[in-house]
Design a protein around this ligand. Sequence first.
Ligand SMILES: Cc1cc2nc3c(=O)[nH]c(=O)nc-3n(C[C@H](O)[C@H](O)[C@H](O)COP(=O)(O)OP(=O)(O)OC[C@H]3O[C@@H](n4cnc5c(N)ncnc54)[C@H](O)[C@@H]3O)c2cc1C
Length: 305
Amino acid sequence: MNNHHVYEKLINITSEQNVMVNEPLKNHTYTRLGGRADLLVTPETYEQVREIVKLANEEGVPFTLLGNGSNLIVKDGGIRGIVMNLNKLNEIKTDGTKVIAQSGARIIDTSREALKQHLTGLEFACGIPGSVGGALYMNAGAYGGEVKDCLESAIVIDRNGDLLSLNADELDLEYRRSNIPDKGYIVLEGTFALEEGNYEEIKAIMDDLTFKRESKQPLEYPSCGSVFKRPPGYFAGKLIQDSGLQGKQIGGAQVSLKHAGFIVNKDNATADEYIRLIRHVQSTVKDKFGVTLEREVRIIGEDLE
Ligand SMILES: Cc1cc2nc3c(=O)[nH]c(=O)nc-3n(C[C@H](O)[C@H](O)[C@H](O)COP(=O)(O)OP(=O)(O)OC[C@H]3O[C@@H](n4cnc5c(N)ncnc54)[C@H](O)[C@@H]3O)c2cc1C
């Protein structure tokens, strides 16, 4: 790939301020580790998103979508080609009892907007640090609620750059997954169907969930949240704790002392250290309890050469 040629084309589609070259992705991910993106582009309109997808297709350039970087580990060798971040597409609107949020808006802000409008249904999302696009992709959820419960529809772009309007059930939302990766969709916006509620009651629920999160999660360190999905019939954190792994460290990565389901970047960890610790946890729990821990967090990019 001729990076300079692609860079020029990206600037023509967006603008110079919207294209970063050799950008460290540790500045864009919650784990604060990993390598660089050849080209990081932040489009400001849906049309620009479509043109960038078409450019990547036409030029045969690798293309990666980054949300808010809260469920990703980027390997130390970084990501080749174009990385697109939609954080400048972040408008949140209300229409009656519906909240319509662009994919780069934070799901936390979407939940706060619902509160402001006295709408109930998105309280569960008040502490999930992802974007709306990432929340649909992962069917994010917490404390008994998930995106699937309140998502009505979504606007996406498919692999060819065509705009589609989909009902929520067309995204096959299940526990921490959707068909978005299989279909290659890029989410542009989501419409959440909520109900009228009482401001004080909604706020009380959100305050309670925030208190629970802050007291149980190691939010003082960079991390990617819960590393593993909940294995049927078990809790990942409890299995890890009972395997004696709490506090286990590889390089700067550590199984959190506060919540065993989290791995924190305690001291300038590399992605390689973080990933080796994930594998060590998986194999130890498998040996001790015969349970397979499936990763919730996604690992992308290349190893260092
Ligand atoms: C401290 C902490 C607490 C967390 N708590 C929770 C929790 O309670 N519940 C929970 O479910 N998760 C939780 N998470 C994980 C994370 O916030 C969610 O998975 C979130 O939905 C990820 O969104 P993101 O925008 O950060 O996605 P990213 O991590 O940037 O990306 C994740 C995947 O989504 C894809 N993606 C992103 N945007 C789009 C888009 N517009 N269209 C298509 N694909 C897209 C990316 O390509 C990538 O494959 C937590 C994470 C942290 C760090």
